[in-house]
Design a protein around this ligand. Structure first.
Ligand SMILES: [Fe+2]
Ligand SMILES: [Fe+2]
Length: 324
């Protein structure tokens, strides 16, 4: 279904570089992997002939959309998309713009929407939690708040719904449990789950930067859990399957910088550094690292996804962070 009133950048936009035209014969690989315009960048594509099929990795799963000749679309910062198909005669133009009305280090409202616009639900016991999960429509998402540890019940539900239920915990411990839960139309893959997790972290960052009281706590928790998942659950089997040790060293080094910079978000210079580092890191993983990891691990990826989604919450670092 086409998106109603897709967002557009402000009139203070400036095109960066020149327009590039692509066909099936010269399509860069990066457009076939998930990627997103970063910082205050927007992308714009216009289909000149043939048809272009694009997939969006949204809050609620993967959505496919076809664009005929003469149509086009603005792609906001943080929106993950990829080219999913084009005809032999398809030719489209891609442009990159900077929206100068929103500085690169400002809170990005469109990124925060993933959390801001999720309906909130408070559950008092396991029965209420089960019924909240049951009533979630495919394509729907909600933020569940509880005063008890909802992790075991949600892990069971993820298993039961054969990975059509997707969750991203934001808070655990004495101050209560909060998690984003989405019901998907189709089971999610490992690369897609991790890219969605990036989007959740970026949404928490946007909330933290605009001073929402829980923003910084959610950011620390979501990022802490994600880094532990990568370092403890993903990188060791990836290395064992022939993953590049230099890449892993580089990624872990960036994790260290992120952990350090998150302590100084009050300082404008450190904040900008954190934001740009996070953006570049997420981009590299979605473009290069996750596709390589999935290709090398083959059939083992399914077991790994199970570990990440079901046991990932139990990762030690997450619990340490939550207890702070
Ligand atoms: Fe990472
Ligand atoms: Fe990551």
């Amino acid at each position: 279904m086409p998106m109603i009133n897709p967002p557009e950048p402000s009139s203070q936009r400036r095109r960066l570089g020149r327009s590039r035209a692509y066909t099936g014969a010269d399509l860069p690989k990066r457009l076939l992997a998930w990627h997103a315009p970063r910082a205050n960048r927007w992308e714009y594509f216009a289909v000149e002939c043939g048809a272009l099929r694009v997939e969006w990795l949204g809050a609620d799963g993967i959505r496919s959309e076809s664009f005929p000749a003469g149509s086009g679309r603005w792609i906001p910062p943080g929106t993950r998309w990829r080219v999913a198909g084009l005809a032999a005669d398809t030719r489209f133009v891609l442009e990159i713009h900077a929206d100068e009305a929103t500085p690169a280090a400002a809170p990005q409202a469109l990124r925060a929407a993933l959390l801001d616009e999720a309906p909130q639900m408070r559950v008092g016991n396991g029965r209420e939690l089960a019924s909240a999960l049951e009533t979630l429509e495919p394509g729907g998402r909600c933020l569940i708040h509880a005063e008890f540890d909802i992790a075991p019940a949600i892990a069971d539900a993820v298993r039961e719904h054969a990975f059509r239920l997707c969750w991203h915990p934001l808070q655990a411990g004495e101050d209560g449990w909060v998690t984003l839960v989405a019901r998907l139309a189709a089971p999610i893959g490992l690369a897609e789950y991790l890219a969605r997790d990036h989007a959740v972290i970026e949404a928490a960052l946007a909330r933290a930067l605009r001073g929402a009281p829980e923003g910084e706590r959610w950011l620390r928790n979501a990022l802490g859990r994600h880094l532990v998942i990568e370092e403890e659950l993903l990188f060791p089997p990836w290395l064992a399957a022939g993953g590049n040790p230099g890449w892993v060293r580089g990624l872990c080094n960036e994790h260290r910088h992120l952990r350090r910079a998150i302590e100084h978000l009050d300082d404008p210079v450190a904040r900008r550094r954190f934001l740009l580092l996070l953006d570049g890191h997420d981009e590299k993983e979605e473009q290069i690292v996750y596709p390589d990891l999935v290709a090398r691990l083959g059939n083992a990826v399914e077991g790994l996804l199970r570990q990440v989604m079901v046991e990932g919450l139990r990762a030690e670092g997450w619990h340490q962070l939550a207890a702070d």
